[in-house]
Design a protein around this ligand. Structure first.
Ligand SMILES: CC(C)(COP(=O)(O)OP(=O)(O)OC[C@H]1O[C@@H](n2cnc3c(N)ncnc32)[C@H](O)[C@@H]1OP(=O)(O)O)[C@@H](O)C(=O)NCCC(=O)NCCS
Length: 188
């Protein structure tokens, strides 16, 4: 399945529109080991903690979070934090259920989420952070047209001694260009 048809089969639902059963489906994915190990915080999130987080996101204009659905089923999530309307910048994060990995859905999720974020929040730039050990995320960022901005040592965590945080940036103009390239080579 090509990028165009995969993106077309995706839809986005803000967390405030999800019912409890859907919020718990999102939590099951967020708690998967592969997602936790590549997140800022790797502890197992409890049900109440997750529901409180969703309520907080719904109230806070500086952040948003979307469940990503593929053919109507929740397969992942993508969000923004530090939404700064003056600088027109925000930081994104994203994850996909381990059952869907390696089939091009991560790239498609990125396309769907970036389209939404750039148009909804009128952003000049979206920034993304990834750990050096997360080669797949780096590949997805580069495929989406992000450029390397900086590298810094991870401040805490068991892997602090050898892990670094890589920061990528993507401007709205660069996204328009890269998006067209991705769809031009895809053709489907
Ligand atoms: C990042 C994530 C969304 C990618 O999803 P995915 O569906 O596996 O990604 P895709 O199939 O669209 O693309 C993966 C790319 O990485 C490549 N890849 C796969 N395994 C790889 C590996 N071990 N090392 C390097 N590249 C790899 C694929 O070949 C593909 O590149 P290509 O498009 O040039 O062929 C998914 O792995 C995930 O949710 N990980 C856990 C959470 C996470 O890391 N989120 C990002 C935090 S910054």
């Amino acid at each position: 399945m090509g990028l165009r048809s995969t993106v077309a089969a995706m839809s986005l639902q803000p967390v405030e529109a999800l019912d409890i059963a859907e919020l718990l489906q999102l939590l099951e994915i967020r708690n998967q080991r592969v997602v936790r190990e590549n997140s800022r915080d790797d502890h197992i999130i409890g049900r109440d903690e997750h529901i409180a987080w969703a309520e907080e996101v719904a109230q806070d204009t500086a952040q948003c979070f979307l469940a990503v659905l593929y053919q109507g089923k929740i397969v992942g999530g993508a969000g923004l934090r530090h939404i700064d309307p003056v600088a027109a910048r925000a930081e994104w994060s994203f994850y996909l259920s381990r059952h869907e990995h390696g089939k091009g859905k991560g790239l498609a999720l990125g396309v769907a989420a970036l389209d939404h974020f750039f148009s909804e929040y009128q952003l000049f730039e979206i920034v993304g952070e990834t750990l050096t050990h997360n080669a797949i995320s780096q590949k997805v960022h580069l495929n989406l047209g992000f450029k390397l901005k900086s590298k810094r040592r991870r401040e805490k965590g068991a892997e602090a001694d050898f892990d670094e945080i890589i920061t990528f940036g993507l401007t709205a103009d660069a996204w328009r260009t890269r998006r067209a390239e991705l769809f031009a080579v895809d053709g489907k």
